[in-house]
Design a protein around this ligand. Structure first.
Ligand SMILES: *[C@@H]1O[C@H](CO)[C@@H](O)[C@H](O)[C@H]1NC(C)=O
Ligand SMILES: *[C@@H]1O[C@H](CO)[C@@H](O)[C@H](O)[C@H]1NC(C)=O
Ligand SMILES: *[C@@H]1O[C@H](CO)[C@@H](O)[C@H](O)[C@H]1NC(C)=O
Ligand SMILES: *[C@@H]1O[C@H](CO)[C@@H](O)[C@H](O)[C@H]1NC(C)=O
Length: 569
């Protein structure tokens, strides 16, 4: 059994003025603004800075041989834009622009787009330092345009200056956001840090959801959370923790119970270590907690700092306030109608948040300042689109290189104002080929799928925290020719069992994967209907009682937003 410690830090402030030292625990001489240790050990350190339409990189690598760096569409060599450089023993620098063509020596690119600025060897330390630059978008088909989304970096070092695929000494990949918003600085001295910590023994199952209860800080007056960060202080914790949701639990006054009566026997500090959230017979008081998910951390996520003058209120029941923030989940419902057909490398699922919901949002709209795009192992791209009338506005957020292991609570470069009556669509692209002929269904496990944008915004609304849609379940199941089925309630999500026709009898996932004949004709119609057909929209506060339901699909005849990539002539 492995044990995994997980801690969430909350920073509380009564005022929201905020510094944070970006401490990198490795010695290096790079002066650029952003630093990442690509190998995790400090033998390959990358710095970068954006300057106009250019990006400048500096690498400090522990080798006297060649140093390779690349940006890859999927994290492998194929299609990667690669820079290789070094310093020969006579002191002369060299560099090359290459293009990855699989697991072999990358070939030379036809254009030289990378520019070597400086190259230096420190023989006494066994290090090579390279400084080089590239246009963010070179408009060369063989170069990867660097955008605001995830960049999958690849790196390698050779033991000598002879560039050979087989001469690779060390290599690896790491995802990062090369272009990102500046986080407001947090002055930790002026803030209170509050730590929630759970030490969990890993059960030997593929996916499990652990619920632990933590007594909040005792506050005599309203305070605001202005930042969060998650700490996974062991290799096991890092390996096995996929995501965490922090909920704000509260006991309604009319229950006649006090919080101590409800939670007293279940908090971590009483020695109770928590339990399975989805256990049928659970006695855990989770029902008092389902309404207010207020922090989501997922693999790869970093510190979340709120914009200046915005905070999440605790210590008092809050109404709508100009400077108070909250979270809303947008996208596709997690259910059986979220279905990715077998053997497809680019299948799009869409979920809508329609005007029927947003028209009830506050006058003046809400301002989104942070976004977490969320799907699981089959997810490849996610985009949160924004429509006003028939016009599509710039995307709220997008990731064309989604990496399940690098999910970010990402501060948006500019806050996005959503007006009452606007429409939001979350689109997720999936690849099901890795399942060898099995369909992928909506679900909470990492091999199942979700399609969500979980966004922070202000001013907070107390009325809605979910605005999503899905294809009507019964129609969805019957379109496969199913005439009779039953539903089994499971601790996680409902399971569907096909009873007739006999040719499809059995578990829905398995029958639709292996017994159903996915003809091209069916696939074409299915794809069209799920993408553009009418869905059931719903808009609610989880655990609340004012939910709205309505029909929804894309706004009619909208004019698509096309970002300017600066390459048109
Ligand atoms: C990044 O996003 C900003 C703000 O939305 C936009 O102005 C800019 O063009 C984007 N840059 C790239 C390279 O996509
Ligand atoms: C807490 O545990 C004590 C001791 O087992 C028990 O008497 C009490 O009823 C429990 N309280 C609640 C609210 O479950
Ligand atoms: C999917 O691919 C697998 C393995 O490549 C193959 O056996 C199966 O027949 C394919 N299924 C469909 C529905 O195309
Ligand atoms: C699936 O349908 C196609 C087209 O109707 C047919 O040619 C094929 O034989 C069917 N495959 C199976 C396994 O029934």
């Amino acid at each position: 059994m492995e044990s995994s410690i997980f801690a969430i830090f909350l920073w509380l402030a009564s005022t929201t003025i905020l510094t944070q030292a970006n401490t990198i625990p490795h010695q290096h001489s790079i002066l650029l603004k952003n630093i990442e240790v690509l190998d995790g050990e400090g033998k390959y350190i990358l710095g970068w800075e954006i300057s106009g339409d250019e990006i400048i990189f500096e690498i400090e690598a522990e080798t006297l041989g060649w140093v390779g760096f690349g940006i890859s569409p999927q994290g492998g060599m194929t299609g990667a834009d690669i820079f290789i450089g070094g310093v020969l023993s006579d002191g002369s620098p060299y560099s090359q622009d290459r293009f990855g063509i699989g697991r072999m020596e990358p070939r030379l690119d036809v254009h030289e787009d990378w520019r070597l600025l400086e190259a230096m060897e420190l023989p006494s330390m066994g290090k090579t330092i390279l400084k080089f630059s590239r246009l963010l978008n070179t408009c060369d088909d063989e170069d990867y345009p660097i955008g605001n989304d995830t960049s999958r970096l690849i790196w390698a070092m050779g033991a000598a200056d002879v560039i050979q695929y087989h001469g690779i000494d060390r290599r690896g990949t790491k995802s990062t956001n090369l272009i990102h918003a500046e986080l407001p600085e947090l002055d930790l001295d002026k803030l209170t840090r509050y730590i929630l910590m759970a030490d969990v023994e890993m059960p030997s199952v593929h996916t499990s959801y652990r619920c632990t209860f933590h007594k909040g800080p005792e506050l005599t007056e309203k305070q605001h959370v202005v930042g969060f960060s998650a700490v996974l202080p062991s290799v096991e914790a890092l390996q096995h923790t996929h995501h965490a949701n922090l909920y704000n639990c509260f006991v309604p006054a009319d229950s006649g119970l006090t919080p101590d009566e409800v939670f007293g026997n279940y908090t971590i500090d009483t020695g109770f270590a928590g339990g399975d959230c989805y256990d049928y017979d659970t006695t855990l008081p989770i029902w008092y907690c389902m309404t207010g998910s207020f922090y989501v951390w997922a693999k790869g996520g970093k510190t979340l700092v709120f914009p200046e003058n915005v905070g999440y209120p605790i210590g008092e029941q809050a109404g709508t306030h100009q400077h108070e923030a909250a979270v809303i989940t947008l996208g596709h419902e997690v259910d059986v109608s979220l279905l990715v057909p077998p053997n497809i490398s680019d299948y799009k699922v869409v979920g809508h948040c329609g005007a029927e919901c947003t028209q009830h949002w506050p006058e003046g709209g809400i301002n989104i300042f942070n976004s977490l795009l969320h799907s699981h192992l089959s997810g490849r791209k996610i985009k949160a689109r924004h429509f006003r009338g028939t016009e599509e506005l710039p995307w709220i957020d997008f990731d064309g290189h989604y990496d399940f292991d690098y999910q970010q609570n990402k501060a948006l470069l500019s806050h996005v104002n959503i007006q009452p009556g606007d429409h939001i669509t979350v689109e997720c692209d999936y690849d099901s080929t890795w399942k060898n002929g099995e369909i992928v269904l909506g679900g909470l496990g990492t091999r199942e799928e979700m399609c969500e944008a979980i966004v922070w915004y202000y001013p907070r609304m107390d009325t809605y925290d979910l605005c999503a849609s899905s294809y009507e379940t019964d129609a969805h199941i019957r379109e496969f020719g199913v005439t009779q089925y039953r539903t089994e309630v499971t601790p996680m999500l409902a399971k569907y069992i096909i009873e007739a026709p006999p040719s499809l009898e059995g578990d829905f996932q398995s029958s639709i994967s292996y017994k159903f004949n996915w003809t091209q004709e069916f696939l074409t119609e299915f794809t069209q209907k799920r993408r553009y057909g009418i869905q059931r929209g719903s808009c609610m506060k989880r655990g609340g009682d004012n939910s709205l339901e309505f029909d929804v699909s894309y706004p009619a005849d909208f004019v698509e937003y096309v970002p300017d990539d600066g390459c048109q002539v």
